[in-house]
Design a protein around this ligand. Structure first.
Ligand SMILES: [Zn+2]
Length: 652
């Protein structure tokens, strides 16, 4: 059985879902409250519309969508996760797992259960066992308090070859199970089996959902090696897919709108104890793409605070590379000198680097000079500045080839910077550091390829002359969604159509079609597919496309395919008529927002309100009316009458 998002939405009320986290108050036909996505306490600019089952923030966010978009933004879920959660809420069963999948999940659950019991076993030993006196002394020496020990469920493994094994054998577990979770180790030559963790401080490692999947273990022997011993790779433990502390930190990362990435367990725990709770540790390896994927659900702002030694610097550089490769890029569409459209990918994320004083790690700084930590964080350098400094330090500036290599290496980072002034600033900085002319730096080819275009381009509209824009009378559109669906249908049929539509829109100073033109969340995903197809020279058949997609997304596309296709005899006119229909539904959306804003502004002012946020809303209203005028102007220019008039003026 395949489930559609419509099935799920029809069983849920967006008002219920939003009410769980936002205090909503009825106002007219909608509900309003304080926006959960930007800090505001004065004007309830966040609105939920039961009629359309959508939400919109009229304040700083100026953004909205359906219940999926809300849950994804609120919880930092991706579409699949939101689907899982909302399906469960709606009492809808998603696809039954295959027998193998069900079997795999069951055996994974068993491993996690065993590990959870082990956490408790080690924890009790740390708290109470006489043999754990040394471990308790170590914890005290690291200045970790009871609360922290409890939060992270720290434990102690006895200095014994078989204490853990016999404890769990008594509970009915087999050697095979203990081997499978990595509590037991087998000597491959002799075939002997013994406890993996002996005389160590046990630090449970949980996945992003809080399930215990393994341990990091600090030796308590003086000069013991290795200092940290982790669980081996198991069915549930894969270091490259985990970040220590993320399960507890994710909420704080969202609140602080920033994740601080550190090297070790102690850094995270010390930070937690001191109130810096948006910290996660990458556990000894350089950051991986999978770890980045986990993090970016919660934020797009990262600070790397890795050790200051040479190895730490290398790890920082590698992590930066991974981060750049993993994070999303925003595509700007521009006209260049020859009138062609080209796209530039800019990183949709902020990455900064903290330079720690030589010989210090975050744990030591927070422990010994707590007031210094926030200072260091606030002084974190933008990644480009850090890399320029690191790459040009101790460089032989007499060697032209070395200079050229460094320039090529850093160039992609410069291109990532969205702000042109900032970009220029760092280009100059690099030119100075390399003692070369800035102009020659512009000609340097970048050494690494940028990620391919995936997302719809959100272009910047060229400036428009506002004077004399003819106002069109707005036709009432009974069902705006129908236009959206028709648009997607035609673009699915004709892969390059969307580029022609965009050309029409851009030609009238309007934005290219982008994801927030669609309020139904799946349609945003369908749009991304359309853009991907438009980019390809050899276009995949729709059937093939559906095969490669999620069942839910494929289902949406199949339902769109039922809609009629424009006959090829009318194809010539299609880009224009679709561009006009985009403008129509944009206008409906903008006018609707204006009406609601006016209503919001007409409501009585509460005593504790100050005028500033109302001024912001008024500003937004002015902005919207400008947007509305621009759309009307573009519509007129694109309409038959407008084209005729332009032709006549041209002929005169
Ligand atoms: Zn907001």
């Amino acid at each position: 059985m395949s489930v559609s998002t419509e099935d799920i939405k029809s069983r849920l009320d967006i008002v219920d879902i939003v009410s769980e986290s936002v205090n909503l108050r009825k106002s007219g036909r909608s509900y309003s409250g304080f926006c959960p996505f930007h800090s505001n306490t004065r004007t309830p600019s966040f609105h939920v519309f039961p009629d359309t089952q959508t939400w919109y923030c009229f304040g700083e966010c100026a953004e909205g969508g359906d219940v999926f978009a809300f849950v994804m933004k609120k919880e930092g879920y991706d579409f699949k996760e939101a689907l899982k959660v909302l399906a469960q809420r709606a009492g809808v069963t998603l696809e039954e797992p295959s027998p193998q999948e069900a079997k795999r999940r069951k055996s994974e659950d068993k491993l996690v259960d065993l590990l959870t019991m082990a956490v408790e076993y080690f924890h009790q030993l740390l708290l109470h066992a006489p043999q754990a006196a040394g471990a308790r002394a170590y914890v005290a020496d690291r200045q970790l308090n009871e609360d922290t020990v409890a939060t992270f469920h720290l434990g102690f493994a006895l200095d014994s070859w078989d204490a853990c094994r016999s404890h769990f054998t008594d509970q009915g577990y087999s050697d095979a199970e203990l081997l499978a979770v990595g509590l037991l180790t087998e000597n491959p030559d002799k075939g002997t089996r013994y406890d993996r963790f002996r005389n160590r401080l046990m630090i449970p490692i949980r996945d992003v959902d809080g399930r215990t999947v393994g341990f990091g273990a600090r030796t308590l022997d003086k000069d013991g090696v290795p200092k940290y011993l982790n669980s081996p790779q198991t069915a549930v433990f894969d270091k490259s897919h985990l970040l220590f502390g993320l399960d507890t930190a994710k909420r704080h990362i969202r609140e602080a709108r920033q994740a601080v990435i550190v090297e070790g367990y102690m850094d995270v725990m010390q930070g937690w104890q001191a109130g810096y709770r948006n910290m996660v540790a990458q556990m000894g390896t350089a950051l991986t793409g999978e770890q980045m994927q986990l993090l970016k659900r919660s934020t797009k702002r990262f600070v790397l605070a890795l050790d200051a030694d040479a190895a730490g610097q290398k790890a920082t550089m590698r992590s930066l590379q991974v981060a750049r490769n993993t994070l999303d890029r925003e595509y700007e569409t521009r006209f260049d000198a020859r009138g062609l459209v080209h796209q530039e990918g800019r990183l949709q994320a902020e990455i900064k680097v903290v330079t720690l004083p030589e010989g210090y790690d975050p744990d030591r700084i927070i422990r010994t000079e707590p007031e210094r930590w926030p200072l260091l964080l606030s002084e974190a350098q933008p990644v480009v500045a850090y890399v320029i400094e690191t790459a040009t330090r101790d460089l032989d500036l007499d060697d032209a080839r070395v200079k050229s290599e460094v320039a090529q290496e850093i160039k992609p980072l410069l291109e990532d910077i969205a702000d042109p002034i900032e970009r220029d600033h760092y280009r100059q900085l690099l030119a100075r550091a390399l003692r070369i002319d800035e102009r020659s730096l512009r000609l340097v080819p970048a050494s690494s390829q940028r990620a391919p275009s995936r997302m719809p381009p959100p272009p910047e509209a060229p400036p428009l002359d506002e004077a004399g824009a003819p106002q069109q009378i707005l036709a009432v559109v009974p069902d705006a969604y129908k236009r959206e669906a028709n648009f997607l249908r035609q673009c699915l049929e004709h892969p390059h159509l969307i580029l022609q539509v965009n050309q029409k829109l851009l030609g009238q100073g309007q934005d290219a079609v982008r994801s927030d033109d669609f309020s139904v969340y799946e349609d945003r995903l369908v749009l991304a597919q359309i853009y991907e197809r438009a980019d390809q020279t050899a276009v995949v058949a729709i059937a093939e496309l559906c095969d490669s997609l999620d069942e839910v997304l494929a289902g949406r596309i199949r339902r769109l395919l039922v809609l009629p296709v424009t006959p090829s005899s009318q194809l010539a006119n299609l880009p224009r008529s679709l561009a006009l229909s985009v403008l129509d539904w944009r206008l409906v959306a903008v006018n609707g927002q204006m009406a609601r804003l006016q209503q919001l502004l007409s409501e009585p002012v509460q005593a504790d309100e100050n005028g500033e946020t109302r001024a912001q809303l008024t500003g937004r209203l002015v902005e919207l009316s400008l947007i509305s005028r621009r759309i009307n102007k573009a519509k007129y220019a694109m309409s038959a009458a407008g084209q005729l008039r332009a032709g006549q003026e041209h002929g005169r």
